[in-house]
Design a protein around this ligand. Structure first.
Ligand SMILES: *Cc1c(COP(=O)(O)O)cnc(C)c1O
Length: 394
């Protein structure tokens, strides 16, 4: 592609994105939170009553409301999504010297949580239609490198156990959960969903994060709803839920006054102040999602006029929360991608490339991996554009 066609395409994309965001004041952020009056009232209640920390009624209520919203039998609130994933993997049985299958195209938290347990990420490729783990290609890979021993799946090449499979639902688009649930069962490997980005997204009518043994959500400041910082562990298993609560609250045994802890736990409980925001935000999440879907529809239409790029829409059997909009360039071309990013950001339309694939980071270059050609290609084609709910009428 010549420099002038690059500039032409970059200009066309800037124009399309500019049309979508309309007269929103520049700089238009990639994603900004939006709070209701109820959020402020709940936070004020915490401050005036003094219930700001890890004990308090909002935390339990937020857990109950989240379980009801997602259809998970149990929800356990944590300080952030990374901590939730750390504990979910721990409870799925991941330990030192295990390997955990994760997509290479993900936010660092997915790989970091595996490393916290002294386990090794094992990178698998994505399906270009979902941007999530590709079950068919993962099945092939496991047929090549895996073997069943003692009721578990082992990597023949490294001798290590493959202790879990962790799909991630990129930008809110559900991965092929039918295929992944089936694959995990066939290989006797627990599925743990990183649903950090997909609160409100469903697959065949069932909420993401509820397909595996455990799943997690995130309420970081840039997610579809935020508690400032926060996360949630989802599970249908009452025993795992009880363990999750125990381990995330310093493993302290109930006692009227003694401090007795029966293992090394974590101080991972979400504070009441954050949960106060969560209760209010969750109550209007469907309004936010509705706004997101209208914004997404606008983007789809605007990008139809652009030759050389499309809006990523995801698979049809899944209902996406439309958290973060992504433009996909027709071809992987580093120079083109950079030209588009520069043009968008110069126009004060804050835009970002998709993450560096994990296997390219120095920390993880030595980790085992499947063929990652789709990841390599998509990493050069995907650009996230402004996606705040308030860009459309709420
Ligand atoms: C946001 C996110 C997390 C969790 O992040 P926290 O900031 O710790 O809440 C985990 N995985 C993915 C893919 C994410 O996008």
């Amino acid at each position: 592609m010549t420099a002038s066609t690059q500039i032409q395409l970059a200009d066309a994309i800037v124009k399309a994105v500019g049309q979508v965001v309309g007269d929103a004041p520049r700089l238009v952020p990639l994603h900004a939170p939006e709070f209701s009056d109820q959020a402020l009232a709940n936070v004020t209640e915490c401050v005036t009553t003094g219930w700001v920390s890890s004990a308090g009624a909002f935390v339990t209520r937020f857990e109950q409301d989240t379980a009801a919203y997602t259809g998970a039998a149990h929800a356990v609130a944590t300080v952030n999504g990374t901590a939730a994933l750390h504990i979910a993997l721990l409870l799925a049985g991941v330990g030192p010297d295990d390997e955990v299958i994760i997509p290479s195209l993900t936010f660092i938290a997915t790989a970091a949580a595996v490393s916290y347990l002294n386990a090794t990420p094992h990178f698998a490729d994505i399906d270009p239609a979902t941007l999530g783990l590709d079950p068919a290609r993962l099945a092939q890979h496991l047929d090549n490198i895996g073997e069943q021993r003692d009721g578990a799946c082992y990597n023949k090449q490294t001798g290590r156990r493959i202790a879990a499979i962790v799909p991630m639902h990129t930008f809110g688009h559900p991965a092929d959960l039918d295929g992944l649930v089936d694959l995990a069962q066939r290989h006797n490997t627990p599925l743990v969903e990183d649903a950090a980005e997909s609160l409100g997204s469903t697959f065949n009518g069932k909420h993401t994060g509820t397909f595996g043994r455990l799943g997690i959500l995130s309420y970081n400041g840039n997610k579809i709803m935020t508690t400032g910082g926060g996360g949630m562990i989802l599970t249908d298993d009452p025993d795992l839920a009880a363990q999750a609560k125990h381990i995330t609250t310093t493993a302290k045994l109930p006692h009227p006054y003694e401090y007795i802890h029966d293992r090394v736990g974590y101080n991972y409980r979400m504070p009441n102040l954050n949960a106060a925001l969560g209760v209010a935000e969750l109550a209007r999440l469907d309004t936010l999602i509705d706004a997101k879907r209208r914004l997404h529809a606008r983007y789809v239409r605007a990008l139809e006029a652009v030759d050389g790029a499309t809006m990523f829409t995801g698979p049809h059997h899944a209902e996406c929360n439309c958290w973060l909009n992504a433009i996909v360039l027709d071809r992987a071309d580093a120079e083109l991608r950079d030209a588009v990013l520069v043009a968008l950001n110069n126009a004060k339309l804050q835009s970002r490339p998709v993450w560096q694939p994990m296997h390219r980071l120095d920390t993880f270059t030595d980790c085992p991996r499947a063929d990652l050609s789709v990841t390599e290609e998509m990493a050069g084609r995907v650009i996230n554009v402004p996606s705040s709910a308030q860009l459309v009428e709420l």
